[in-house]
Each structure stands twice: as C-alpha cells, then as structure tokens.
Design a protein around this ligand. Structure first.
Ligand code: 13P
Ligand code: SF4
Length: 349
C-alpha cells in the first residue's frame, strides 16, 4: 500500500490540537479525539487562525461550545462575566462570539466600534427569549418602586429597561448590596428562587419578584438524580449552576457560575464529580483537569451547539448581514449603563 504524503503544516496543527483534545471523552457528537480526528479539522483551524490575523479578529468562546472551537481557534474562554470583560477590553476590529446571540449583543454593547459577529443567528437562549422590552415595561408598571435586575442572559432591549445586570458569578453579591428592598428580577425564575433562599440564609431581607423564564438545560436536573448518583458513587461531589431548581441547588455541594464550578472542581479532592450544567463544561475540565473523574449523562444546549468551525470560517471570510450584530445607538447606550453598573458593583475576583 503506498503511504500518503503528509503535509507538515497539517501534521503540526494536528499535533497541537491533539495535545489539548486527547483527554476529551465527553463529546456531543461522539467523536474520539485521536490524531485522525485532529488531522480532519486541522485545515479548518489553520484557515481560521490565518483569517484572524489577516482581518484583525478575536474569537471569544463560551465553555459550552464544542472543544475544537475553544481549544482550536478561541482566543478567550470563560463564563459570561469574564467574556463580557474580555469583549469590553478587546482592541480587535472584529469580535467573533462563539456562544449565543445575547452574548454577542453584550459584546456589541460594550465594544460598539468593533464588528461583532455571531456564527449562527439562530443561537438563542430559552431565558433571553422568554421576555422582551414590553414584558419588562409591563412588570415595571406593576412594581414601580422595585429595582430592576436583569440576568445577563437577556436581550439588549431588556438590559436597556433594567437598572443593573448580573451574572451567575456575581448575582448574590450584587442583589444583597442593592439599597432597594424590592427587586424585580428578570428573566430567570429559578435563579430568583435561589437568590431569595441564599440571601435569607445570609440574613439579608429582600423581596424578589421574578418573571417566568427558565433554562431548558438546567431546569431538567432533579433531586432524584442526585440521590441516585450519591448512592452509587460514595464521596461524590455535586456541583450545580444557579439556573437549576432550588431543590437541586439545596442538595449540591457547590453552586456557582461555570467559571466558579471549574475552579471548585480543580481545587477539590474527590473521587467523582457530578456537574449539573451543560456538558461542554465537562469537556473543558477533561482538557484542563484530566485527572478528575466525572459521572452522569450529558445535557446539551441546542443553541450553543449551533456553533461550528465551518460557520466561524465563513463568518470570517465574509460575514452575512444576519451574522453581524447591530443595535440602535440609544438602546445600546442604555443597555451599556446597566452592564457598567454591574462592573462597578461586582466583587473583585
Ligand atoms: P455562565 O455565565 O455561568 O457561564 O452561564 C451562562 C449560561 O448560559 C449558563 O446556562
Ligand atoms: Fe440559555 Fe440555558 Fe443555553 Fe445557557 S444553557 S445559553 S441559559 S438555554
């Protein structure tokens, strides 16, 4: 059998990819990350990385997108809070946001001079899509004395109607320290429940009224799942996101943002971990903490999984109009004030 000629550039790129991706077992498409898989995607990652330099672009990646995007072409990775900071500080002409639309909108709000590109316009979010500006205005009319707090998983229009934005990483701290007693919290009802309970535990007196959104990934986890897993794996640590139900959060050993969950797993000795969040986070930890063991099935965010290397490449070659985020300037300025207030009130980490 004649041996195929190897292209040294592709081989070097495949080796680079393999060094990161070889530990990924939790792959949504069931791929095995070996040299052959890395060789297949190497031409694409090479082209994207070349296009980034040529066009002065950076790629921001949320931890829920596929690992070959995060480790193959991403410049920054993290949770919503850290990615919004990165977007604010970015100096590049083009920001490609491999995440979901509300994240790309947040980047545009904070970096208005950049061309902000979203690989797939269909990458919504069940929370962000649960309420619009009219919905918030209606609630404000019912509770005119409330301070309006919006979770970052919301549209630019909702942010423009709100007093302060929060993320899963700073929500307890910010809400606890707001002067108002009455808080109108949009759009996550389950996060509002968790904040209410946690602040009560801390002895902080707040009335929290919420709208009715939930995350279609996190609202699926149940206390029964945790009980079953604990019975099967003694010493197990359960790590949950604050978008989970209160009953689930109460049973977890740790509740926090995806960034805080990663930190907890990396620094906590335990034989097994159950991560109650989107599966992409397990993939990230398999790369960055390969000695840790994870149990449990995989829950995927269908919106995050719309991102792909091909769509990123096409958007960098020539973005279609639907891939470019545009915002009305008056609305952008109001939404920016709500996010800037979050930066001012966030705990230093
Ligand atoms: P994080 O900010 O914790 O990464 O959460 C974003 C998100 O969409 C969780 O579902
Ligand atoms: Fe939205 Fe849930 Fe997907 Fe996060 S995981 S982007 S909250 S639908």
């Amino acid at each position: 059998m004649p041996t195929a000629t190897l292209n040294p550039e592709i081989e070097a790129e495949a080796d680079r990819l393999l060094r990161s991706l070889m530990h990924v077992e939790c792959d949504p498409r069931g791929r095995t990350w070996n040299l052959a898989t890395c060789r297949e995607i190497a031409p694409l990652t090479l082209e994207i990385n070349r296009l980034k330099k040529k066009k002065d672009a950076v790629i921001l990646t949320h931890s829920y997108v596929e690992p070959e995007i995060i480790y193959g072409v991403g410049d920054f990775k993290g949770d919503s809070y850290h990615l919004s900071l990165m977007a604010k500080q970015a100096k590049a002409k083009i920001i490609v946001f491999a995440g979901v639309v509300f994240m790309a909108e947040t980047a545009k709000i904070l970096s208005p001079d950049a061309i902000v590109v979203v690989p797939d316009r269909g990458s919504g979010c069940s929370l962000a899509d649960s309420i619009d500006g009219d919905g918030v205005r209606r609630l404000k009319a019912l509770y005119p004395d409330a301070t309006v707090v919006c979770y970052i998983n919301s549209t630019a229009e909702v942010k423009a109607e709100s007093d302060v934005c929060v993320t899963s990483g700073n929500v307890y701290h910010i809400v606890a320290n707001l002067p108002a007693r009455r808080i109108l919290f949009v759009p996550d009802r389950l996060m509002a429940d968790n904040v209410r309970t946690e602040l009560k535990r801390r002895g902080v007196d707040k009335e929290i009224i919420s709208s009715d959104g939930t995350c279609l990934v996190h609202d699926q986890f149940t206390p029964a799942q945790i009980a079953e897993a604990r019975a099967q794996f003694p010493g197990l640590k359960v790590v949950a996101h604050p978008e989970c139900t209160e009953d689930v959060a109460k049973l977890a050993d740790f509740v926090g943002s995806t960034g805080a969950m990663m930190k907890y797993v990396k620094t906590t000795p335990a034989p097994y971990f159950l991560l109650l969040t989107e599966c992409g986070l397990v993939g990230r930890l398999e790369v960055e903490a390969p000695e840790k063991r994870f149990i449990g099935g995989c829950r995927l965010c269908p919106y995050m999984k719309l991102n792909s290397l091909e769509k990123i490449r096409d958007a960098l070659r020539a973005p279609r109009p639907d891939q470019i985020v545009t915002l009305d300037e008056g609305l952008r300025v109001r939404a920016a004030a709500c996010i800037e207030r979050m930066f001012q009130l966030s705990p230093v980490d």
